[in-house]
Design a protein around this ligand. Structure first.
Ligand code: FAD
Ligand code: SF4
Length: 352
């Protein structure tokens, strides 16, 4: 039986979409990647160095893009936001905001996540006090190659990292753990300490969730070599002092004592949450969302990349928070399930 070439549309050219697309093209399928931004790579474009090995995000993105050069049957359409998906007779029509319409035999959604908007936690002063920044802002600052300073240009003598911003917090509607922010904080604390060895660094955490391979090594390095102090306690508020420092009030939950401290800069470790794509693609009732607003898998144990809609697959952080290596592994798993689906379609059509 001659194999008919199938067409797969991959929505979102972050690392999940790029890797799934490459593997599907390698299997011989025609693949179209649709990306809303001008450039592929997703959130990785915004990060400086990656935990746990300080590798370069550019290196990962360019590696994935270089692989694509070998496939004539893979194409990327950028600056194109997909707004809806329709299903008709087992085939899919993918519609973009710019009137483009693409037809496909299977769809992979790899539209990623959104960073929690730290302004929602008003008590910490993000957007009000200039020296309160997020972990994403700090990545931008580190990426610029400029030494870290306060808004007035001074070297900070004290920096506090605050964990669990917009995660594990029923008040802002996200009760789950974003998984990557504890280790992002440890990595960033180490980077500041290496750049500014005189700066005192404090991390206020609820629990430290350092689940990944090599994450504990970074934590031990932070504690032992760099004397970064980890305080188990939740910040109640931050206020600006007359000289633009920040006073923080917290409770040290290990000693049971209230704690007040003045620092020059606060870094809020903002979590990962659902984005506009979750809302858009679920509004047509083709796809379901889970209790946290991410895409719902058909079976979270066996086939996390399958949705409740045959032919529509999900890959990467549009399913739940993941690190880079987890996203890559997840994208690999998605490509296997798409292949299996298309092979099954081929056999069914042949027997009809
Ligand atoms: C502050 C922070 C720091 C981090 N640092 C690290 C680190 O050091 N190491 C590590 O392992 N992980 C890190 N992570 C996690 C890492 O960012 C993710 O694992 C990775 O970005 C997931 O890639 P993705 O492709 O699933 O999603 P994304 O990177 O979000 O990519 C999704 C893509 O889909 C596109 N898209 C969205 N909607 C549409 C639409 N409707 N139509 C077309 N295109 C669309 C987007 O423009 C984007 O290009 C960090 C996360 C945060 C929040
Ligand atoms: S990874 Fe750490 S900072 Fe992030 S939500 Fe989980 S416990 Fe909080």
């Amino acid at each position: 039986m001659e194999k008919e070439q199938k067409h797969v549309a991959v929505i979102g050219a972050g690392i999940a979409g790029l890797h799934t697309a490459n593997l599907l093209a390698q299997s011989g399928h025609k693949v179209t990647i649709l990306e809303k931004e001008k450039y592929p790579g997703g959130h990785l474009n915004q990060w400086h160095h990656l935990f746990p090995d300080h590798s370069s995000p550019e290196w990962i993105i360019s590696g994935l893009l270089d692989e694509q050069l070998q496939f004539d049957h893979l194409k990327m359409i950028s600056s194109t936001e997909i707004t809806s998906i329709e299903k008709n007779n087992g085939h899919f029509a993918i519609n973009a905001g710019n009137e483009l319409r693409i037809y496909a035999d299977a769809v992979v959604i790899s539209t990623g996540f959104k960073l929690f908007d730290a302004r929602q936690k008003e008590e910490y002063g993000y957007g009000l006090f200039k020296n309160v920044i997020t972990s994403a802002d700090l990545e931008q600052s580190l990426k610029s190659g400029q030494p870290l300073t306060t808004a007035s240009g001074k070297t900070p003598s004290r920096v506090a990292f605050i964990h669990c911003i917009g995660s594990r917090d029923a008040k802002c509607g996200n009760t789950y753990c974003s998984k990557v922010c504890c280790i992002t904080g440890v990595k960033q604390a180490l980077e500041i300490s290496e750049m500014l060895p005189e700066t005192e660094i404090f991390c206020f955490y609820m629990d430290l969730r350092l689940y990944g391979s090599k994450f504990d090594d970074l934590y031990l390095q932070a504690q032992k070599k760099h004397k970064i102090q980890f305080i188990r306690g939740r910040l109640s508020e931050a206020a600006e002092t007359h000289d633009k420092r920040l006073q923080i009030k917290a409770e040290d939950t290990l000693s049971g004592r209230p704690l007040r401290m003045e620092v020059d800069m606060i870094v809020l470790l903002a979590g990962m949450e659902k984005n506009e794509a979750h809302q858009m693609f679920s509004s047509t009732k083709l796809l379901e969302l889970d209790e946290h607003g991410f895409f719902k898998s058909k079976n979270i144990q066996l086939t996390r990349n399958e949705t409740t809609q045959p032919g529509i697959f999900i890959a990467g952080t549009c399913i739940c928070p993941m690190s880079v290596n987890e996203t890559i592994e997840n994208a690999g798993a998605a490509s296997i399930l798409v292949n299996r689906y298309l092979e099954h379609q081929q056999l069914t059509n042949h027997h009809e």
